[in-house]
Design a protein around this ligand. Sequence first.
Ligand code: OSB
Ligand code: MG
Length: 438
Amino acid sequence: MSGRMRGGCLAPLTECTTSARDAQVAALLLSCGLRIFHCVIAPTRTVSLSESHHGEAFMNEPLGLPIEQESISPPERIDLIVVKLPFVHPFGTSVQVWTHKEALLLRYEGGGVVAWSECVADPDPYYLSETTGTVRHILREFLLPALVAGSTLGGVMTTCRHVRGHEMAKATLENALVVALALEHNVPLHTLLGCPERKIPSGISIGLRDTCAELLDAVESAVERNYHRVKMKIKRGKDVEWVRAVRERFPDIQLMVDANGDYTMHDAAHLRQLDAFGLTMIEQPLSYSDIYQHSLLQKQLRTPLCLDECLHGIDDVAAAIALDACRIINIKQGRVGGILESIRIARYAKDHNIGVWSGGMDETGIGRALNIHLQTADGFSLPGDTSETRNYFTEDIVDPPVVLDRHGFIGIPPGPGLGVSVDPDRLLKYMIHAERII
Ligand code: OSB
Ligand code: MG
């Protein structure tokens, strides 16, 4: 790591061209002393489009967006970088407490632009089964080889669908390609997606706290900052009484709970008590892999259920809606394989009168910016888990940070692509691994 980098005298790294800033990051990756692997992309692993269309199910149909026809510029360089940033407050769910955000980033250089994407996987399998380790493996061995000369975006992603599961890995590649296209066209990502600019409502996800008093303090500060809705994590033993306390103190806020799968149908009578508090929804009360039992539970509750962990693509969403397993869905673009599948799901849900919001994974500013652009798409009808940078990090790796306006809205970062730029000093400060693929 060079003294120059530490000095902070470099101009911020712009996304939109292969500028001096990008060259600095490239030089930094080579000079940082971390392990850098080189591996050869094997184009022989791809499957032709006509072959891949044979016998496909609903999930594998093309989306029909014009950008799927766009040609991908061949990558000149691809790096996988892992950063680890401390949270300002540990983030707890019913399953795990995270003290840091460890995120895999993909840096894609080609066609005269540098595009970044952030994978939503954690280093551990305590949200879903994918991890930063499995994503690196799947990207290197199976997804990046789909990048062959002359491919369209749709063609690459169709080839990638031959890989079963691994939605977070697929999303990491797809999002990088989509951002690269936006940069090549010199337009903001939402414009490339055909979505007009709009202000994005905010929502905050408050992790499990040790005491109810601490939870009340956290809710109070969110209400003071004008968040449009507040989500509190619950688990067995920290649920009905804690919700009652929050509701008594804040009778008018849009309030919801997220159990991350902590309950079973044996808890149905207990969960029915939550109907008394006017919650906007109860998110994933039952197992991370269940849809059917949620449909049984929904019949016993007035409060709408919202599904998160168990929805991995439009087929799961269609099943959940057909079974009346939920009235609202949380779309995490990483969990469903990327921004294009997210747009398709939002449209489908809207057509079926199902509320939609954009979930978060405590992302750095790269993933956060993508989620903001995504929420301009048709169908996103409810405030999501998109909150200010300062809730997570004292400093982030990108500029500008996400802030709320006076009315609790979030603006779309201006400029081409994601509209945020990676700061080389902070990237270096938080980088724990770098691997050059091409
Ligand atoms: O269930 O939505 C979840 C974070 C990590 C894992 C799972 C979840 C969450 C969040 C945080 O709720 C949402 C955010 O603020 O980004
Ligand atoms: Mg959730």
